[in-house]
Structures are given as C-alpha cells and as structure tokens.
Design a protein around this ligand. Structure first.
Ligand code: C5P
Length: 288
C-alpha cells in the first residue's frame, strides 16, 4: 500500500465544564464530545524523499511544523525510525481555528494513516499517548462518536450514540485564541456548570430534546465578551426553531440542533444572510 485516503470529521461539544486548573496550567475538563458528518479529506502518500511535505487547499494555512498534521507525520517518522517521507494533502471543509477540532482531526487521521501505511502496529495505548503529545483533542479525534472526555481531554469514556439530529454550524468571522479564552476564564467566577449526568441520561434515553435542553459550555462566559456575535447567533438559531444552541469548544463556532432538515436549512440561510457569514454549514450527528 502506497497511499491512503481518509475523512477527518469535525466535533462539537454538547457540554464543556471546567472543574479546576492544574499545576501545569492546563484546565481540568469534563465534556461530552460528539462527531458530526462534516469532514476534511486527508490523502497520505509514501515518498522516497526523507521528509514530510504538506499541501492544502487553503494557501494561507501553515504547511510546516505549525500544522498539527505535519507534526503528526514528523513525530511518527522519528519515533519509529522511518526513513522515507510522506506527502500529505489536506482538503479542508471544516472551518479553521473554530472550536470544531478540524486541525486535531486531520492530525488524528495522519497518525491512523501512517500506522497503516508503514505497518507499524502501534497499539491503542501508545497511539493515545502520541496523540496527547500533539494536542488535548487529538485522542478523542482518534476515537470519534459520542464520548465523555475528562482530564486534559484524554481520559475518554465511550457513551451510547447521541440520537440523530440536524446540526447548523455558524462561525463568526473572527478567530479566538484557545489559550486566551482559557486564560480569561481564570478571572471569571463560573456561576453555572453543565449537568453532564442529565445530558448522558438524555442520550441514553434517545431524547434529543432533553439533550438540547442540557447544552452548556462554561467557556461561553469568557468567549462571548470577546465576540458578542456568539450570543446573538445562539439567539437567532433558537428563534429559527433550533431545539438548543451552544458555542463549540473555545469557539467561536456556534451550533444549533434541529429535528427537521428543512427547518435547519432555512435557519442556516437566514443566519448566513443576517450576520453576513462565510462559514454556515448544515450537517448532522455522525456515529460510526
Ligand atoms: O492541548 P492543546 O495544545 O490543544 O491546547 C491548546 C491550549 O488550550 C492550551 O495551551 C491551553 O491554553 C488550553 N487548554 C487548557 N486545558 C485543557 C486543554 C487546553 O487550558 N484541558
């Protein structure tokens, strides 16, 4: 096998709770992660040259060590003494720096793909360790589906699949720095924490309305003051018939949950026009 074609899917957070700050500066998290259908395409090919070469459909996206997919290939080459190189082509559809784990998901695909292409037989535990070195969301992106993520994000418990629903993603035209959002949170008194158990119970009961009722992300308290449009888009999604709406990850993307594709499509059009946004995407829950 000389090449592999993979789909790297985006994620949303149904809940995101911060339960403490660790000595290393990272935050202790408790969050329910959910994969959505939206994906980037990742093509990985072995090459004779002794380096990693990366190309993407976005000319402004870093194609070097600043790109997590590049770093994933580099780390695997050095850890497993691989002399030949790889050519990686990213065809991105997931908005970048958006709270949707697009970069982490591409990175997870490169780890998975290199393992297969070079017949490395890396076991799940070692793979999870390498993934965490690359980023807090990467271990989950290897797992996908519905999961509870704790610790930095690497302590993963598989949950029952979230009931199917249509999802509208809407990204304000700004980027928020994840470290800046977490840092801002440190000086805020969190007055409301998600009821994670209630959302898990709703998932177990197959009750998408109750899942939507329980959506909650403590990082909104830090992100919304930096980007008030997050709050405005949430309100507009609800006005357009969403069962619930929330910011994903550290933002700025907001998602709405819908029980009808038609309602979701109309909402997506309205929001795109009203806020003059480029990235408004209709997708759905994905459970492999
Ligand atoms: O692990 P990753 O590089 O993806 O994290 C990006 C940033 O997000 C970290 O530098 C940190 O500021 C913040 N973070 C955090 N606690 C976590 C995960 C991320 O504070 N559990």
């Amino acid at each position: 096998m000389n090449y592999i074609n993979l789909k790297s899917r985006a994620k949303i957070n149904l809940t995101l709770d911060v339960t403490g700050v660790r000595d290393d500066g990272y935050h202790e998290l408790k969050m329910i992660m959910q994969t959505v259908e939206l994906y980037d395409r990742v093509y990985i090919k072995k090459i004779d040259k002794p380096y990693v070469k990366l190309k993407s459909n976005l000319e402004w996206l870093p194609a070097d060590n600043r790109n997590l997919a590049f770093r994933a290939a580099d780390i695997i080459r050095s850890m497993y003494g691989i002399e030949s190189g790889v050519f990686i082509e990213l065809n991105k559809s997931i908005p970048v720096a958006a709270g949707l784990a697009g970069g982490s998901s591409d990175c997870a695909s490169v780890l998975y793909g290199m393992n297969i292409l070079f017949g490395l037989k890396i076991n799940r535990q070692d793979m999870a360790k390498i993934a965490l070195k690359l980023g807090s969301d990467v271990p989950y992106c290897l797992m996908r589906g519905t999961a509870l993520a704790e610790g930095r994000g690497e302590i993963l418990t598989r949950l029952n699949p979230c009931p199917q629903a249509w999802i509208v993603l809407a990204k304000p035209m700004i980027s928020l720095s994840t470290p800046a959002v977490y840092k801002a949170l440190d000086s805020i008194d969190i007055d409301y924490h998600p009821d994670t158990e209630a959302v898990i119970n709703a998932i177990n009961a197959g009750d998408i309305r109750a899942v939507a009722d329980g959506l909650s992300n403590v990082l909104e308290a830090a992100s919304i003051p930096m980007c008030p449009m997050i709050g405005e888009i949430k309100a507009e999604l609800i006005k357009n018939g969403a069962l619930g709406a929330l910011m994903s990850g550290s933002g700025p993307t907001v998602f709405g949950i819908f029980d009808s594709k038609k309602k979701a499509a109309v909402a997506a059009n309205n929001i795109k026009a009203k806020f003059n946004l480029r990235d408004v995407i209709l997708t759905k829950i994905f459970n492999a």
